[in-house]
Design a protein around this ligand. Structure first.
Ligand code: ADP
Ligand code: ASP
Ligand code: MG
Length: 406
């Protein structure tokens, strides 16, 4: 079977009129003889609305019930789209995550896929159905509904493409590909025809929400070609995410491939921790046990013999992290716990970035010229990230992008 998976995001399915446009992309593939699996998001801002309604009831929702609530948005879209395709004369059937089933672990709000039972989907495809699947949700071994985290419908799509050994996975969205930065932040961006899985993974992980980072991980692991295309352009060529795409094509030797930002970050510093083997482990074990994701970590020698450790957490996790640290102040033996709020992480991404002399200096020069202060710096083989004030983050992306691409 020549199977392809198409995914349509929230803005692509926002209205009945837009669902018609979506249907035309699906039908075009059916008419080419392809078996089509469609993954859809909730319509427009439905998920945001469900979350704000939840906030009217509780500020600390039970995570299981949260997943039951937010998974409903996608269920509305699958039924509407299937009905529309039926009306147009095509066989189509809707399936939720648990009906397939897409089996995950029980980590509510951020569950990971264990396996997909593709039997049912394959049977429907064989009997000439278009299979319309609800994105971003699964079911754990006990039958509880789970979700994959915001933007997780991309992950449903690529995971299904891997499980069904599909030819490719097309991610249709409101931009016609992956650009060197978010076109909503910097108008003068360039479209990338192809991008390597590793670079795309880093770009997505550093805040370019055009793809959910976990879908890129799966794409790389199972070699699924992922195309990012526009729903609203008829012949959108898009961007291909694949393995080492540069060897066949003599692309311009770009110093970097992209600039991204991740807003609403806070930095916590544990001042004057005892400089003893095992103390750092105790601190991060505590954070892990409380399911707090830590990003940038910097350790430095403080005054005298003690050490200071700084790390970042998302603003959403700040209150409970501080609460937990205060409760365990004796265990971690800290003199003081200080924090800064409303920061943003701005990153540049490119393979071998740290082997290219002058790249870091160029990034810092752009920030200096824009009069932006950096609060923390981290580097890896493939990226350089700096923390800046949230209010400077847009200006920082623009300044850095112009420095490298103009
Ligand atoms: P969908 O609802 O289709 O999943 P998203 O809003 O999740 O769409 O992702 C598409 C958005 O990603 C675009 O509208 C764009 O603003 C943003 N974006 C961020 N970084 C990039 C980038 N490097 N290239 C393209 N789009 C980007
Ligand atoms: N509807 C979910 C969200 O808004 C999942 C998705 O759109 O990918 O995050
Ligand atoms: Mg998305």
């Amino acid at each position: 079977m020549d199977i392809i998976v198409q995914k349509f995001g929230g803005s692509s399915v926002a209205t009945t009129e837009k669902l018609e446009q979506v249907s035309s992309h699906i039908i075009a593939e059916v008419n080419k003889g392809k078996k089509v699996v469609v993954v859809v998001s909730a319509q427009g801002k439905t998920t945001d609305r469900l979350i704000s309604e939840e906030q009217e009831i509780t500020k600390r929702p039970n995570k299981r019930e949260h997943d039951v609530l937010v998974s409903t948005g996608e269920q509305i879209t699958i039924s509407k789209l299937s009905m529309m395709l039926n009306e147009m004369g095509f066989k189509a059937i809707s399936l939720t995550g648990w009906q397939i089933p897409i089996v995950t672990n029980s980590d509510y709000t951020n569950s990971r896929i264990r396996y997909i039972n593709s039997k049912k989907v394959l049977e429907y495809l064989e009997s000439d159905n278009i299979v319309v699947v609800a994105g971003f949700q699964g079911v754990d071994e006990e039958g509880n509904i789970t979700t994959f985290g915001r933007g997780g419908s991309d992950t449903t799509a690529v995971a299904l493409a891997a499980a069904l050994e599909a030819e490719r996975c097309d991610i249709f969205t409101d931009v016609d590909g992956v650009y060197t930065s978010d076109p909503r932040i910097e108008p003068d961006v360039r479209k990338l025809n192809k991008i390597d899985y590793d670079e795309m993974l880093e770009l997505a992980s550093q805040g370019a929400k055009v793809l959910h980072n976990r879908c890129v991980e799966i794409g790389k692991k199972f070699n699924v070609p992922i195309y990012v295309k526009s729903t609203f352009e008829r012949e959108s060529v898009g961007t291909l995410v694949t393995n080492n795409p540069y060897k066949e094509e003599n692309l311009e030797d770009l110093l970097i491939n992209g600039v991204a930002k991740d807003d609403y970050i806070s930095r916590i510093t544990i001042v004057g921790m005892e400089n003893k083997i095992g103390k750092t482990y105790e601190l991060f074990n505590l954070l892990a046990e409380n399911q707090i994701s830590v990003d940038v970590i910097v350790q430095s020698l403080g005054e005298y013999v003690n050490k200071d450790i700084s790390f970042t957490v998302k603003m959403n996790d700040l209150d409970r992290t501080l609460e937990m640290l205060e409760q365990n102040k004796e265990l971690i033996n800290a003199e003081e716990i200080v924090h800064s709020e409303n920061l943003s992480k701005v990153s540049i991404i490119g393979v071998g970035i740290t082997n290219k002399p002058g790249v870091a200096a160029k990034m810092f020069e752009a920030l200096y010229e824009a009069n932006i202060n950096m609060h923390m710096i981290t580097t890896s083989e493939i990226k350089i990230s700096v923390l800046v004030d949230l209010e400077d983050s847009t200006k920082a992306v623009q300044a850095i992008h112009r420095k490298f691409f103009n």
